[in-house]
Design a protein around this ligand. Structure first.
Ligand code: FAD
Ligand code: NAD
Ligand code: NAD
Length: 526
């Protein structure tokens, strides 16, 4: 029989709201290589870093990325921070942001011409990376090392990485609301560039908005909204069940103090509250709170956490961690022979701190790099602790490492904040917004102190005792303990000290006096 005529127009890529945001590129899977040495599933940070690591071990490697987004790989952190402070109204088009020190950067890791067209990848003499955009992988045949595209075509691989990231979660109330045609446009999720464009546009027109969730995304976005509305013409609510912002992470006293900082950005913070109902009222949405009160807003951003994207587990016989979620992998990030997992969707074995799943940028970088090295022939274990950071505007920020969970016992040591102790100041000094990179800048890296330096520090300055009510938590160090061993550290408005924190975690010692350990961070100095 005759083959059916293929339509010329490539398939549309739809946003989560069903709008067309691009076209599959290449338009036909005939232009996607049938067999590649390296296949990376997902076009996010973990995949892109894996590509870089493969390229440095195997300089002529040919790497195919399959990404279901219409964009080339980009970073997400500025989407809830710096990009909102770009006074340029075209920012949603240019997708550039100003770092806190004013210098301009793009969200994209590389410009378009860095990438090879899918159909040219195998012929390319020097190798490189091609990105099939708008395509997804639906199933893997792990035994035969074959990946199946959404149109049923197959790609054979030698080594494969799954780095599919995570998708925003919904509470039952918002699940119902999102399915309601009259409400759909008032309910926003926030993960990617198209979500940013949607929320950015809606914010310009809005008079009242609500952010639901008190974690990273909710707190950063609420602060960004507050700053952007510098004329204070809008009402911005942030509603969450904990007693303060970042309550799952910070000890309660610091979390409540942080909420005061968020309020100072112009946000009406509503703690200890859940949303029990949402209904359409004209073009707006009326939220019913657990307190019985109602709020009328133009839109709600639901930021109540994410679910790792592990759909491939069901179709491909892969194992998912029943508690933490994510594909189970070993310390070398292997799920099966020649199959690796990195980033948000990996549940890996950390030989020091146990089984973990981490949803942060630097972990995506560290695990993506490790997976890439191992795919190219190394056999390295996950030993380098990743870090993370969060900024609540240019003046309050923190960096953290290890297991940082407010249900653990903590010890905090604080000092007075100076103008030098802000995210803006650190970016001004280093010209680098990405603090997993600031750490690596040689001039900024603090070496773990020698015995001599330690004793010098000891008699230098007196430290404050443990926090008491009403104290100013301008800057400090918070230790998180498990069985009396430090398993996590938050550096609160304290920057460029991560290598010291990393060393303290590595030591796994029981300390009699954490005030002594705090001195290593020299928080009273400049
Ligand atoms: P992702 O970046 O999610 O990439 C996965 C990609 O795979 C996506 O493009 C997805 O669409 C695609 N995909 C999924 N399934 C398939 C499939 N079957 N086939 C093909 N493609 C598929 N972390 C920090 O440490 N600091 C911050 O300041 C910070 N800020 C953030 C701000 C925002 C707004 C958001 C959303 C996150 C932020 N994070 C931050 C978290 C950080 O961005 C994530 O941890 C990181 O992006 C994870 O990288 P990843 O590569 O694992 O996944
Ligand atoms: P603008 O006055 O049009 O800015 C619009 C709004 O965005 C203002 O409220 C401004 O304070 C705020 N804003 C601008 N850049 C910001 C940033 N990076 N972080 C937080 N808020 C930011 O345009 P503009 O000239 O960029 O800003 C006005 C003033 O804000 C200047 O004095 C500038 O130095 C200062 N500012 C700059 C930074 C920075 O690092 N670029 C940070 C904070 C404030
Ligand atoms: P999160 O896990 O940080 O926070 C979840 C929050 O949801 C909780 O703090 C709680 O307040 C709220 N919540 C949970 N159940 C709820 C319920 N039933 N009703 C109301 N609220 C409820 O997740 P997020 O803030 O949504 O962030 C999304 C993802 O993006 C996460 O993976 C996060 O790590 C990542 N992210 C990271 C950063 C950063 O590292 N600086 C910044 C932005 C986003």
């Amino acid at each position: 029989g005759r083959a059916p005529k293929k339509s010329r127009q490539p398939e549309k890529i739809k946003s989560r709201k069903g709008n067309t945001v691009g076209f599959k590129d290449p338009g036909s899977s005939q232009d996607i290589p049938k067999e590649v040495p390296y296949l990376l599933i997902g076009g996010g940070t973990a995949s892109f870093t894996a590509f870089r690591a493969i390229k440095s071990s195997d300089p002529t490697a040919k790497v195919l990325i399959v990404s279901n987004e219409p964009y080339f790989p980009y970073m997400r952190p500025p989407l809830s921070k710096e990009i909102w402070f770009n006074p340029d109204r075209d920012v949603a088009k240019s997708l550039t942001f100003k770092q806190w020190n004013g210098s301009e950067r793009s969200l994209f890791y590389e410009p378009e011409d860095f990438y090879i067209h899918c159909k040219d990848l195998l012929e390319s003499e020097n190798g490189g990376v091609a990105v099939a955009r708008g395509w997804s992988i639906k199933r893997l045949d792990v035994l035969n090392k074959v990946a199946v595209l959404d149109d049923g075509e197959q790609v054979k691989y030698e080594k494969c990485l799954i780095a599919t990231g995570a998708t925003p979660r919904l509470t039952p109330v918002f699940e119902v609301a999102l399915a309601d045609e009259n409400l759909r446009n008032n309910i926003k999720l926030f993960r990617n560039i198209d979500d940013f464009k949607d929320v950015f546009e809606a914010f310009e027109a809005a008079k009242a908005v609500a952010v639901v969730g008190g974690g990273f995304l909710g707190s950063e976005l609420a602060c960004a909204f507050g700053r952007r509305d510098h004329k204070k013409l809008k009402v911005i609510y942030q509603i969450f069940p904990e007693s303060g912002n970042m309550g799952k992470l910070l000890p309660e006293y610091l979390s409540m103090w942080t909420s005061e900082k968020v309020r100072a950005e112009g946000v009406q913070v509503v703690p200890k509250t859940e949303i029990v109902g949402a209904k359409a009222k004209n073009d707006q949405v009326e939220l019913t709170l657990s307190s019985g009160k109602t709020l009328l807003v133009d839109f709600v951003v639901v930021s109540v956490g994410v679910e790792p994207n592990t759909e491939l587990a069901e179709t491909s016989d892969l194992e998912v961690d029943p508690e933490l979620g994510g594909y189970l992998v070993n310390t070398e990030l292997q799920a099966r022979t020649d199959l690796y997992i990195a980033g948000d969707c990996a549940c890996f074995y950390d030989p020091r701190l146990g089984r973990r799943r981490i949803e942060h940028h630097d972990h995506a970088v560290v695990s993506g790099r490790l997976a890439g090295e191992n795919m190219a022939g190394a056999r390295n274990p996950y030993l380098h602790q990743s870090m993370f950071w969060s900024d609540l505007g240019p003046e309050v920020g923190y960096e953290a490492i290890g297991i940082v969970d407010s249900s653990l016992p903590t010890v905090g040591v604080f000092a007075k904040q100076s103008v030098n102790d802000t995210p803006q100041a650190v970016v001004e000094k280093t010209d680098e917004f990405d603090r997993s990179k600031t750490e690596q800048l040689p001039q900024e890296c603090e070496k773990y102190l020698s015995e001599e330096e330690k004793s010098k520090l000891k008699d230098s300055k007196k430290l404050l005792p443990n926090p008491i009510d009403g104290e100013d938590y301008g800057k400090g160090v918070i230790f998180y303990l498990r069985d009396d061993v430090v398993v996590g550290i938050v550096l609160w408005n304290v920057f460029n000290r991560m290598s010291i924190a990393r060393q303290v975690l590595k030591d796994q010692k029981k300390y009699d006096d954490l005030n002594e350990v705090a001195k290593l961070f020299n928080i009273h100095g400049e």
